[in-house]
Design a protein around this ligand. Structure first.
Ligand code: FAD
Length: 406
């Protein structure tokens, strides 16, 4: 009775989470995790700079879903059943103490991702979950009884139900085994990257960060207000990562060749009026000797230079035209983006198995009974901050519920 044989393809975040959830609620099931490499949970280990940012302390579902560039609509019902508060409880109930940092990111109190990896490995051992390493699933056949993975190999394995937790993959051909089962694949493109700037006009200012700027991608509707970091090669920081995530597909179409403009002082309503005030109040001060609008002095000096104003010029000597140039640079500084760079090696894939073909009450395929998809293999991805793991845990939880029909 109930001795189901369940296969989980992928020994990563979502795969382990679902295996443990199924096993803990139904110990009689036989669960096998199949991992293509010889390393289990390798992204969990590398994540968060080796600290593993397990989730984000964003507890309102309506707010939480705004952090997903793809999948926010579908994740809404999922998060009502398993959200960051549940994640925190889940890990703490298994002995992993967590801490919430000032920016709401949640990490193990140990500051070490090994704590999370060890938790998963111990739980898997506790529940006798079978683990097969160095076995790459390249083909799946649906049979009357269930599934056979790698049917043409002498090491083919039959399962009653199959959970696919293979993570993101940049190669479209990787997804062909799911296409063969009838699934539609949204073509994979990278998300979460920083912008390379051609002939960087702010060279020498790397390391300067601002809490709030507004960045727009020209000829698109993409515009965000958040913190920015000037880097050696271009721009990084939350505002750029948001643009790269929400604009992943458009930017890919643009071949990573785009124009952006930056408003360095988005909180100032009438910049021309403010510059006129400065000119009136400090007529004999040199334009570059002091900073204004709380901008770092080195950045201010460079922006004045970019506006074509000599650093020795006094405010009283600035023409109306020069002030207009300065106003334009401060509120709409143009840059040419040519290429991208991975953000701290952390990247996710936009695209994957189409969400239209998944029942989000169970994570079961609507096309192929008994087949479940969880984690990044789906067309779901979020911004940095623990949101990508959260969708992996939540979809894994729903699949476990779906399989055990709890
Ligand atoms: C360096 C880095 C740091 C990150 N840091 C964070 C962070 O701190 N917080 C956060 O929220 N997100 C982070 N992310 C994103 C997060 O790691 C992923 O979104 C998450 O791991 C997705 O979980 P998953 O289970 O779907 O896939 P994965 O964790 O990638 O697991 C998939 C597993 O399936 C295996 N596999 C793939 N194909 C096959 C196959 N054909 N047969 C058998 N096995 C297969 C893979 O080898 C892998 O072990 C980071 C990503 C990277 C690259």
């Amino acid at each position: 009775m109930n001795k189901l044989n369940i296969g989980i393809v992928g020994g990563g975040a979502a795969g382990f989470f679902s295996a443990i959830e199924i096993a803990s609620s139904n110990p009689s099931y036989h669960i096998t995790i199949i991992e293509k490499s010889d390393k289990l949970l390798s992204k969990v280990k590398a994540s968060g700079g080796g600290r593993c940012n397990v989730t984000n302390a964003c507890f309102e579902v309506e707010e939480l879903i705004n952090n997903y560039s793809r999948g926010s609509k579908e994740l809404k019902s999922v998060f009502h059943k398993f959200n960051p508060a549940d994640t925190i409880n889940w890990f703490e109930s298994k002995g992993v103490k967590l801490k919430i940092e000032n920016d709401n990111r949640v990490f193990p109190a140990s500051n070490n991702s090994e704590t999370v990896v060890n938790c998963f490995l111990q739980q898997a051992k506790k529940y006798n979950i079978e683990i097969i390493k160095n076995y790459s699933v390249n083909n799946i056949t649906k049979t009357l009884e269930g599934f056979i993975v790698n049917p043409n190999s002498k090491f083919s394995i039959p399962f009653d139900k199959l959970i696919v937790a293979t993570g993101g993959n940049s190669k479209p051909e990787f997804y062909s085994m799911f296409e063969k089962l009838g699934h539609t694949i949204v073509s994979p493109v990278p998300s979460l990257f920083t912008f390379n700037i051609d002939e960087h006009p702010l060279k020498g200012l790397e390391g300067i960060s601002l809490d709030k700027v507004k960045v727009r991608i020209k000829d698109t509707k993409l515009v965000y207000k958040d913190a920015i970091l000037i880097t050696h090669w271009g721009f990084s920081g939350p505002v750029i990562l948001k643009l790269s995530a929400f604009g992943a597909r458009i930017i890919n179409h643009m071949n990573y060749n785009l124009k952006i403009d930056i408003n360095w002082i988005p909180e100032i309503d009438d910049i021309n009026k403010e510059l006129f005030k400065i000119k009136t109040n400090f007529p004999n001060q040199k334009t570059s000797s002091h900073t204004y609008f709380n901008l770092p002095l080195r950045l201010w000096k460079r922006l004045v230079e970019l506006a074509g104003i000599n650093e020795d010029l006094k405010w009283t000597e600035t023409s109306k035209k020069k002030l207009q140039y300065l106003s334009d640079v401060l509120t709409g500084n143009n840059f040419n983006v040519k290429g991208k760079t991975t953000f701290k090696e952390e990247f996710v894939t936009a695209g994957g198995v189409s969400l239209k073909e998944i029942d989000f009450n169970t994570m079961e395929s609507k096309i192929c009974n008994g087949l479940y998809f969880i984690g990044e293999v789906l067309d779901i991805d979020g911004i940095t901050g623990g949101f990508n793991f959260q969708s992996a845990w939540s979809t894994a939880f729903i699949a476990a519920k779906g399989i055990t029909k709890r």
